[in-house]
Write a protein that binds this ligand. Structure first.
Ligand SMILES: [Zn+2]
Length: 219
């Protein structure tokens, strides 16, 4: 087997199919929308909003946008994975020397290729899904909190006790967890902002594996 043949064999055997990408898109969109809904409803309950806000659901437009976003994410993941497969094959071929890649001793070479791929794939599966899940749920939650604050700014979120628009001066937003090892998040983590400063706060998560999120609180 030549290095090129190995490369195309690995790509056809291990890359994600269109069906895999569709399944991944659905799962990502669902994770995003569920997180969005949970963040909106949790905030609505903190500000003592009426039942309709506590049972808020994303609009059809938001669902379409989530699907669009998820589809781009899924394609991006498939690309990253394909790039990594290519890199592993190159590494294995280099380790074995170029001329040796025209393998006379197929069984031995195939074993080492399989071992190399297995290690690479399990390493990828160890960190990538975690990173993607964090980015997906974090972005959904951030957008859910954005949607609630925007509705409050429009005066359409009603206080369950007074049946008037929620008094925004009674509430603020904080960024949790309060500590941060990243320079970007250090500027906001643990601080409390007035709701009229909300739009100045950075989008979260702000970086790979960023644990930060916004939480509406009483002040
Ligand atoms: Zn962060």
């Amino acid at each position: 087997m030549t290095a090129d043949e190995l490369h195309s064999l690995v790509l056809t055997s291990y890359t994600l199919t269109d069906e895999d990408i569709d399944t991944l898109t659905q799962a990502l969109a669902q994770g995003y929308l569920v997180s969005m809904m949970a963040a909106y409803r949790e905030g609505a309950s903190t500000v003592n909003a009426t039942k309709d806000a506590r049972e808020w659901e994303p609009s059809d437009k938001a669902v379409d946008e989530a699907m669009q976003w998820a589809s781009e994410q899924a394609k991006g993941i498939a690309h990253t994975y394909e790039d990594m497969l290519t890199r592993w094959v190159q590494q294995i071929v280099e380790e074995q020397g170029t001329e040796k890649a025209l393998w006379p001793k197929v069984s031995i070479e195939a074993q080492s290729v399989a071992a190399g791929l297995k290690a690479g794939i399990s390493a990828f599966m160890g960190w990538k899904p975690k990173q993607v899940a964090n980015a997906t749920c974090g972005s959904g939650a951030d957008d859910g909190t954005d949607a609630l604050v925007s509705d409050m700014q429009d005066g359409t979120v009603m206080d369950a006790s007074t049946n008037q628009a929620v008094d925004m001066t009674q509430y603020g937003v904080t960024v949790l967890p309060p500590e941060s090892s990243s320079d970007v998040c250090k500027t906001v983590a643990g601080l409390v902002f007035d709701l009229d400063q909300y739009d100045e706060i950075i989008d979260l998560p702000a970086h790979s594996n960023c644990p930060h999120y916004k939480k509406i609180i009483q002040i």
